[in-house]
Design a binder for this molecule. Structure first.
Ligand SMILES: NC(=O)c1ccc[n+]([C@@H]2O[C@H](COP(=O)([O-])OP(=O)(O)OC[C@H]3O[C@@H](n4cnc5c(N)ncnc54)[C@H](O)[C@@H]3O)[C@@H](O)[C@H]2O)c1
Length: 215
């Protein structure tokens, strides 16, 4: 059994369909929030029902931050894997609505990952209110930063505030980010344990390390 959170989302529904097609049993979790038209999510769920019978797919309507619902789900279905895609998506939306990206949800997800023995990389922590608590979580082992989501000095300040001055930080730039990667690399080399990767072919397509982290 595999748990897919955000199962009615753009990516989550496609993941459910792919897992079902390869023969997995799936339980989906989604709160059908109204960040965009929930009917689109209901329509996606219909697509999943069309390819899966009740003994192969189950849907739970709940919030990932609802511990009681989550624990009931875990106890009932005992998934051996979790694909965690439930999130307030949208980098641009985050600039105008930072409160929609609560650190409580992020910490809840990290706790969940920790209970499965998974390590966590903090992605774009500078965009999360309460970023210090996010990075300070004992199960966070590194930081990855995309173009526009923070600079070297900010990330160094953040990891120090979080009490982890040696936490590895990796900046990534894709497509039009060559200039950004170069300028981040020139400031990042003043700090320890920071690297910069650039790919002109999209995400990790032909990635080159512009700056290798110093030891
Ligand atoms: N779409 C992209 O291009 C893209 C690119 C990179 C990363 N991602 C990431 O992939 C993940 C999924 O993205 P998507 O495009 O499918 O977004 P989406 O908004 O279509 O799907 C997210 C789903 O999660 C659900 N959800 C949100 N918060 C929830 C909560 N607290 N509890 C339960 N369900 C909740 C929503 O109702 C939605 O159905 C996100 O983490 C997103 O940041 C997406």
């Amino acid at each position: 059994m595999i748990l897919v959170t955000g199962s009615a989302g753009f990516i989550g529904q496609a993941v459910c369909a792919a897992l079902l097609a390869r023969g997995d049993l799936v339980v989906g979790l989604d709160n059908f929030n109204d960040y965009y038209d929930p009917q689109l999510k209901r329509n996606r769920l219909e697509q999943t029902w069309r390819i899966a019978s009740i003994d192969r797919y189950n849907q739970v309507e709940a919030d990932v931050a609802d511990r009681v619902a989550l624990e009931a789900l875990l106890a009932r279905w005992q998934p051996r894997r979790i694909v965690h895609l439930a999130a307030q998506a949208g980098v641009r939306y985050s600039f105008d609505n930072p409160d929609a990206y609560g650190v409580k949800d992020v910490i809840g997800a990290i706790d969940l990952a920790a209970s499965y023995g998974l390590k966590v990389i903090a992605k774009n922590p500078g965009l999360v209110p309460g970023a210090t608590a996010y990075v300070a979580h004992p199960n966070v082992y590194g930081i990855i930063v995309e173009k526009g989501a923070g600079n070297a000095a900010d990330m160094d300040t953040l990891r120090r505030k979080a009490g982890k001055p040696s936490l590895p930080v990796w900046f990534v730039a894709f497509g039009g980010g060559r200039g950004w990667a170069g300028s981040v690399a020139s400031s990042a080399k003043q700090f320890r344990h920071m690297g910069v990767t650039y790919s002109s072919a999209g995400e990790y397509g032909n990635a080159i390390d512009v700056l290798q982290p110093s030891s």
